[in-house]
Design a protein around this ligand. Structure first.
Ligand code: FES
Length: 99
């Protein structure tokens, strides 16, 4: 099976469904569609963009050491990610949590 060229990203809080190129950064998808997710540092150090991946966690790029350490410091569950760092490779449902 080949990877999809486009993926669907569902923002749960506002029930907004958008298409994005596979491999897009979640941050770029949010910027393009106006989903209600706020960013601060855009580099994984403030937590403003924290989201819960309600579906499709396996379609997200694995967290790097910086993101893993930051979320571990918050005792965040494994389905929490930083929207400024995640890259999407399949359909996902995203719930914005904030800092
Ligand atoms: S915007 Fe600061 S961690 Fe994502």
């Amino acid at each position: 099976m080949t990877a999809p060229a486009t993926i669907e990203v569902h923002f749960l809080l506002e029930d907004l469904l958008v298409e994005a190129p596979a491999g897009a950064r979640l941050q770029e998808v949010v910027d393009a569609c106006g989903a209600d997710i706020s960013f601060g540092c855009r580099s994984g150090s403030c937590g403003t963009c924290r989201v819960r991946v309600a579906r499709g966690l396996e379609a997200c790029s694995p967290p790097g050491a910086e993101e893993r350490d930051f979320l571990a410091g918050l005792h965040a569950p494994g389905d929490h990610r930083l929207a400024c760092l995640v890259t999407l490779h399949g359909p996902v449902d995203i719930e914005y949590l904030g800092p």
